[in-house]
Design a protein around this ligand. Structure first.
Ligand SMILES: [Zn+2]
Length: 167
């Protein structure tokens, strides 16, 4: 399935592995073999967590090299380190939010399942009858149908228990 670029929304992302150019203080390097979803319209590359970390480490290493070559102060290095740490923390927080949202979706689906279809109700009745037969064979009382309906979702229970047509 193709996904539109989340940055520009113009083009669909193309998954692939490419060398990514990186420029710092006018110096350019290439980060080799970056696997990402690339946008052909705006040149955005969307990497996964592991690849993002690798790319950032490579960028950081290169920036340090440039700084060393240009005799940048330790303070500047510390700034860079902070910037990278914050960017990574943001990314991690985003990923956590995403998985939380997923969990909520699942919880929501469990709390409000779709109303039972006639086919599902028939299957449910069949299952109840089979269960009753089984219990009868073992000399037990058949289950009251009402008790079985209790495990049905609310929507199904209403349909099943109101014989009156809608006013
Ligand atoms: Zn784009």
């Amino acid at each position: 399935m193709n996904v539109k670029c989340p940055v520009c929304g113009v083009a669909e992302l193309i998954h692939g592995t490419r060398d990514l150019p990186h420029t710092y203080k006018g110096e350019t390097t290439v980060i080799p073999a970056v696997t990402a979803d690339f946008c052909p319209a705006c040149d955005e590359s969307i990497t996964d967590m592991a690849e993002t970390e690798r790319v950032m480490r490579e960028m950081q290493a290169f920036n340090k090299q440039v700084n060393a070559a240009t005799h940048a102060s330790d303070e500047e290095d510390a700034d860079l380190q902070r910037f990278m740490d914050e960017a990574l923390a943001d990314l991690e927080a985003e990923l956590v939010d995403l998985s939380k949202a997923d969990q909520e979706c699942v919880a929501q689906a469990l709390l409000s399942p779709p109303p039972p279809s006639p086919a599902l109700e028939r299957a449910f009745e069949r299952r109840t009858r089979t269960l009753d037969d089984l219990l009868a064979m073992q000399g037990n009382e058949p289950l009251a149908i009402d008790r079985e309906w209790d495990v049905m979702p609310a929507a199904g229970r209403e349909q099943a228990q109101s014989p009156d047509p809608d006013p």
